[in-house]
Design a protein. Structure first.
Length: 114
């Protein structure tokens, strides 16, 4: 499985962005897909996950929506009411049922100006 993230950019506080993560390869082995983010000087943190259900970090609950279009082999993260503290590099991640079990995409930078 390979993952390709896109959609980052510069947006003003209160604005919206939609991130995409395109999967290729053995996508039938994907069990869970996730978005992580890493802000400057901070550890990488889980933002949202989608598998049998969806889960969100408290900091984004009600503002971000994760979804997955299996036909298009793409996962999305709709981010609304963005805040400066959402500024980070966002990474997509997949948990698979076969090796290598954990797959990372490259990051896409989201910058929210105040």
């Amino acid at each position: 499985v390979q993952l390709q993230a896109s959609g980052g950019g510069l947006v003003q506080a209160g604005g919206s962005l939609r991130l995409s993560c395109a999967a290729s390869g053995s996508i039938s082995s994907i069990n869970v897909m996730e978005w992580y983010r890493q802000a400057p000087g901070k550890e990488r943190e889980l933002v949202a996950a989608i598998g049998g259900r969806t889960n969100y970090a408290d900091a984004v609950q009600g503002r971000f929506t994760i979804s997955r279009d299996k036909a298009k082999r793409t996962m999305y993260l709709q981010m609304n009411n963005l805040k400066p503290e959402d500024t980070a590099v966002y990474y997509c991640h997949a948990v698979t049922t076969t090796l290598p079990f954990y797959v990372w995409g490259q990051g896409t930078l989201v910058t929210v100006s105040s």
